[in-house]
Write a protein that binds this ligand. Structure first.
Ligand SMILES: [Zn+2]
Length: 556
């Protein structure tokens, strides 16, 4: 007598991501595990009176997407804010902000997202004066897509107490105008927070990525409202076919809220979170916090088992760190957030505790410093299976490309981030890095060919979260100049970077990331066959059913 399946998915083009058995027509699920993967006839035998049968209608079935770099709380909060994506020029900005202000007359601070650095024009940056002309009597804060820069109007700067400027620490800046007052541009989180904290959520959603800390004070009511925001976000995540997310916010506040959701209504998606180490934190925090959280949050549904750091900022605001000068600003290479010695100490100590490390490094100078730290850890402690990663790697120095394989370092990259992709402008990015660095920018193919394991993600809310949109961006990326190397991966490699490799990064390759008997039943059924589609049509393919842990978490 065969075991009876709780679900059978049939009439499918199953891409298992399992090299030993790459394709199948059907699969069976029992409880939270995959029972069998095979032909229609092989799977039919598991059918019983209580089996739910899902007809995939010839469409692709994949392991659920694993979004390897995103920010769940911030992304969830932004679902309620204005998006300026695609808005271009003063008049369009004026119209969008005025309509938003009219819709939310009670909000103390109007927050909008996805304002390109060139939202006004290619050569004029937003200042408080532009925003004052639109809304002089309502406080306004608009964020660049990367969230590393924001622009506030005069009222918002006044309310935040920073109109006269303030020292906000290395790598952060309240940009001053010629009149001796802040001009409205705020660079990095210490500069932005005095204003963003005036919003509905008190900017609590930004703490995990900003300070790595928890709110000083939060009422039971505020916390309940935050949980509701995160729940909405998690439902949205599941609706996109995602079954695992790696939240890059390190914050105990968020971990405890997610734990409460898991214990009350269950998480619809598996969550992994880091401890966020800032440059002012003592080394002892790695043991006292990061390692302690690993003990406390250690299930397949919610875990905290790695360390996140920022080595630099972003290119557009001049805070990314390069080996050579910025092309548009001779003499400036950017300033790292950690010294090499300090980062080496952290990398060595984390490695000693068996904690993987993930570091935001955008410029090739920052990437090099992180690789140096990983190398120092191997020298100090010996080689282990560390699965350390570098986030973004927008530019890599050619000398450092082979070091990824040598050091076992994972490249965590975002197909929605190259200028020209996902509606992002080419400028000012391309002229800031300069043409000589273009071949080494967003170099997925180069890194993959050199043996670097690669994972893809969106860094939501920096880019739209939809994996199919991101996969389309990956497959349709064009070169910036004729004759440049095509950096795209194959469709199969791209799908693996969203499923199998991201599970491996989490040390969960023995139970996740492939459709294989005994593996966790994390599955997405799509609306069409991804292999038959034109790359330009991939984003039109939608998740029909998302299953996480054997439970349906989304049904179209
Ligand atoms: Zn991020």
């Amino acid at each position: 007598m065969q075991a009876e399946a709780s679900f059978i998915i049939r009439n499918a083009r199953v891409l298992t991501m399992d090299e030993a058995n790459p394709r199948a027509a059907a699969l069976a699920v029992s409880g939270n595990r995959i029972l069998a993967v095979g032909s229609e006839a092989e799977i039919d035998v598991y059918s019983g009176p209580d089996t739910h049968v899902i007809d995939a209608k010839g469409a692709t079935v994949l392991p659920g997407f694993n979004e390897a770099h995103m920010h769940i709380f911030g992304g969830s909060a932004e679902l309620r804010e204005l998006s300026l994506m695609g808005v271009k020029g003063f008049d369009a900005l004026d119209k969008a902000l005025k309509a938003y202000a009219a819709d939310y007359p009670q909000r103390d601070l109007l927050i909008a997202q996805h304002a390109d650095y060139t939202i006004l024009s290619d050569d004029e940056r937003v200042t408080r004066h532009h925003l004052d002309r639109i809304l002089p009597d309502r406080a306004v804060l608009i964020f660049a897509p990367d969230h590393h820069t924001a622009w506030a109007n005069t009222l918002a700067l006044k309310m935040g107490g920073i109109l006269e400027g303030r020292d906000v620490g290395i790598g952060n800046e309240i940009v001053m105008g010629e009149d001796g007052l802040a001009n409205g541009e705020l660079r990095e989180s210490n500069a932005i927070r005095p204003v963003s904290a005036l919003g509905e959520t008190g900017a609590r959603e930004m703490l995990g990525v900003g300070t790595g800390g928890d709110p000083d004070h939060v009422t039971a009511e505020e916390r309940a409202a935050d949980i509701e925001i995160i729940k909405e976000g998690l439902a949205y995540v599941a609706s996109l076919g995602i079954t695992s997310l790696q939240n890059m916010d390190g914050s105990l506040y968020q971990l405890e809220m997610l734990d409460e959701i898991e214990k009350t209504t269950r998480l619809p998606v598996r969550v992994r979170m880091p401890f966020h180490m800032k440059n002012f934190m003592p080394l002892a925090d790695l043991e006292a916090k990061a390692a302690a959280w690993r003990e406390r949050f250690n299930t397949d549904r919610l875990r905290s088992d790695f360390v996140k750091l920022f080595m630099d900022g972003v290119t557009e605001s001049g805070t990314a760190v390069f080996v050579d000068d910025y092309s548009h600003q001779p003499g400036w290479k950017g300033e790292p957030l950690f010294s090499q010695t300090h980062f080496d100490e952290i990398a060595i100590a984390a490695d000693r505790l068996g904690l993987p490390v993930a570091v935001h490094a955008i410029g090739d100078g920052a990437v090099r410093m992180v690789l140096n730290g990983y190398e120092a850890a191997i020298k100090a402690n010996g080689r282990r299976d560390s699965r350390n990663r570098i986030e973004h790697i927008e530019v890599v120095h050619p000398d450092d490309v082979p070091r990824f394989k040598e050091l076992g370092t994972i490249a965590s990259m975002q197909p929605t981030h190259p200028p020209g992709s996902a509606g992002l402008p080419l400028e000012p990015y391309l002229s800031y890095i300069g043409e000589e660095r273009w071949p080494h920018a967003f170099a997925w193919r180069t890194l993959t060919d050199a043996g670097a394991p690669i994972v893809f993600a969106t860094d939501w809310p920096v880019s739209p979260l939809d994996p199919m949109h991101c996969i389309q961006c990956a497959m349709t990326r064009t070169v910036w100049k004729e004759g440049m190397k095509d950096q795209r991966l194959s469709l199969y490699e791209t799908l693996a970077a969203y499923t199998r490799t991201s599970a491996w990064v989490e040390f969960m390759e023995d139970r996740k990331g492939m459709l294989k008997p005994g593996y966790l039943a994390d599955i997405v059924v799509l609306s069409a066959d991804v292999e038959a589609a034109d790359f330009t049509d991939l984003a039109a393919i939608r998740p029909v059913t998302t299953m996480c842990d054997g439970r349906i978490t989304y049904q179209a």
